[in-house]
Design a protein around this ligand. Structure first.
Ligand code: HEM
Ligand SMILES: Nc1nc2c(c(=O)[nH]1)N[C@H]1C(S)=C(S)[C@@H](COP(=O)(O)O)O[C@H]1N2
Ligand SMILES: [Mo]
Length: 343
């Protein structure tokens, strides 16, 4: 067969570089997917992620030839390379299992965990096999094959989506972020999710502290029910989302009342949980942020942030600080903080 004969001859440097490229793209878009919250951007990033990850499968025939060829003389690096291969297969498998939508949510956590283990192994594996750029890297043929790989990867992703649709798999309805619906209009059915190590505090607070323009104001929790409401989607990076009617007080209104003036155009606001968990948001977003005391008409439960939590429409769940204790207006820009919470 023509393909058979073409395989060994073509399998080599370019296959390995393509694999490396797809893995780096998958890793970068995976991390980026957690950073973007707006639906359109998330859809593009996550679709690219799926295509890059699935695209790895297209190169399996070529990579098998390379592995078969170098196996006898690669005794010293074999176990590391095998480990890397196993982890990559596991990463793709767990990603697809999550996308199908029948696995427990921990599948996505596992996916991210395994992918993080892939990174150091990939660095070690690719190190010492360093490749200098060649003039032919920009040749028409290279561009064509790269294009063919991109088209093939996109087609494989589209076919996977089509298969989910046809089989009626729950994953067919997942959000652009890849998250599955859990508890829309029913907050009791939402998973209680801590980012890393946080725990639900024992006693709810009875007041919120607001610090702005050198003034410190304590506001009783009972003063936060102002009838401001917003419908917004809480979309956890753990792979679930829920749309809810949230009610409480808009942040710009609260800050305006406390300071008695218009809010400055620049600067940020630190939203700090009683557990120490915190996020910094641009002050100009204050009019779309809500300090919520209830969801779907019922007071927040302890697990979901009682007595008051932040509702940050268009941002992933880790921005939605629970058990808010303190709000502080600061001059520092909002990018001056770790991109993801640390606790
Ligand atoms: C070597 C690195 C990685 C590979 C090869 C990979 C591969 C994949 C694959 C094949 C899928 C299934 C796509 C589909 O069937 O539509 C997937 C889904 C997903 N991955 Fe990764 N991934 C990697 C790293 C990451 C990282 C680091 C993150 C996050 C920090 C991440 C987050 C996700 C999410 C949220 C989904 C669900 C997307 C969806 O349902 O469409 N991945 N991944
Ligand atoms: N104080 C605090 N707030 C937090 C978290 C946390 O660990 N601690 N987790 C965040 C994450 S990752 C998500 S997805 C949402 C989950 O909200 P829920 O537990 O009400 O579903 O809360 C966010 N707010
Ligand atoms: Mo989350």
């Amino acid at each position: 067969m023509a393909v058979r004969r073409a395989l060994p001859r073509r399998a080599g440097r370019r296959t390995n570089l393509a694999l490396l490229g797809l893995l780096l793209l998958a890793f970068a878009t995976g991390v980026l997917a957690y950073g973007v919250g707006t639906p359109t951007a998330a859809t593009v990033v996550v679709a690219t992620h799926g295509a890059a990850g699935l695209g790895l499968l297209l190169l399996v025939p070529w990579k098998s030839v390379i592995v078969g060829r170098s196996w006898p003389r690669a005794a010293s690096t074999r176990s590391l390379a095998t480990g890397l291969g196993v982890l990559v297969v596991l990463t793709v498998l767990t990603g697809v299992l999550h996308a199908i939508g029948v696995a427990p949510l921990s599948m996505l956590l596992f996916h991210v965990g395994v992918a993080i283990c892939v990174a150091p192994l990939l660095v070690v594996h690719a190190w010492g096999r360093g490749q200098r750029p060649r003039r032919t890297d920009l040749s028409r043929r290279t561009l064509l094959t790269t294009g063919a790989l991109a088209v093939g990867a996109a087609a494989l992703w589209a076919a996977t989506e089509g298969a989910l649709e046809l089989t009626g798999a729950p994953g067919a309805d997942r959000r652009g972020t890849g998250s599955l619906e859990h508890g829309t209009d029913d907050p009791t059915a939402m998973p209680v999710t801590q980012w890393f190590t946080d725990t639900v505090p024992d006693h709810p607070l009875d007041a919120l502290t607001v610090v702005a323009r050198g003034r410190r104001t304590r506001i009783p929790i009972s003063d936060l029910d102002r009838g401001d409401r917003v419908r917004a989607v809480l979309d956890c990076t753990g792979g679930w989302y829920a749309s809810q009617d949230w009610a409480g007080v808009r942040l710009d209104r609260l800050l305006g009342e406390v300071t008695g003036t218009d809010l400055p155009g620049g600067g940020s606001v630190d939203v700090i949980s009683r557990t120490g968990y915190r996020r910094r948001l641009p002050l100009r977003d204050a009019s779309s942020l809500l300090l919520a005391t209830s969801a779907a008409g019922a007071p927040l439960s302890g697990g979901h942030g009682a007595p008051v939590r932040l509702v940050a429409p268009g941002r992933r769940g880790f921005w939605w600080v629970k058990w808010v204790e303190r709000i502080e207006v600061v001059d520092a820009p909002s990018w001056r903080q770790p991109p993801f919470p640390l606790q």
